[in-house]
Design a protein around this ligand. Structure first.
Ligand code: ZN
Ligand code: ZN
Length: 149
């Protein structure tokens, strides 16, 4: 099936991720560790010998991430699903538009994906949605978009 992918540019902090999962469909959402009032995205980061749980800020464009592991700024990390351990890196040649590091990918319902840069401190993110009409929910005022993800 041919699907059209749309890159959506939205104001920062106007939406948050509610249903991210790994390639194998495990939810990454962790309601026990909220950030900005929403369930955070729990993943495992690895850099060299350092490996541990990181809770990512679910608000798009906000980066109040909680690191349980000491990873220096500016290094390129590996990211894994905490349930099945699958590597979240996008295979192939695609890299960050900004710093040319590898990218990770979270899967959203209905074929959407959220891509991000694996370099710590590089905040390049892209949201790609299929069928935006269905996924783009309520628009609250000028800067508030609630995504049904
Ligand atoms: Zn998994
Ligand atoms: Zn980058």
């Amino acid at each position: 099936m041919q699907t059209e992918r749309i890159i959506l540019e939205v104001p920062t902090q106007a939406l948050h991720v509610k249903h991210a999962s790994c390639l194998n469909g495990h939810s990454l959402m962790d309601p026990s560790v909220p950030i900005n009032g929403f369930p955070s995205i729990k993943i495992i980061l690895q850099y060299g010998d350092a490996k541990g749980i990181v809770h990512l800020d679910p608000v798009y464009g906000s980066f109040h991430n909680i690191f349980d592991v000491d990873i220096p700024e500016g290094v390129v990390v590996k990211m894994f699903c905490p349930t099945c351990g699958v590597d979240m890196q996008i295979p192939g040649e695609r890299v960050c538009d900004w710093c040319f590091s590898p990218l990770f990918q979270f899967y959203l319902p209905k074929g959407g994906v959220l891509e991000g840069c694996l370099k710590v401190g590089c905040h390049q993110h892209k949201l790609k949605l299929v069928d935006v009409d269905e996924q783009l929910g309520i628009i609250h005022g000028r800067n508030q978009i609630q995504l049904l993800m």
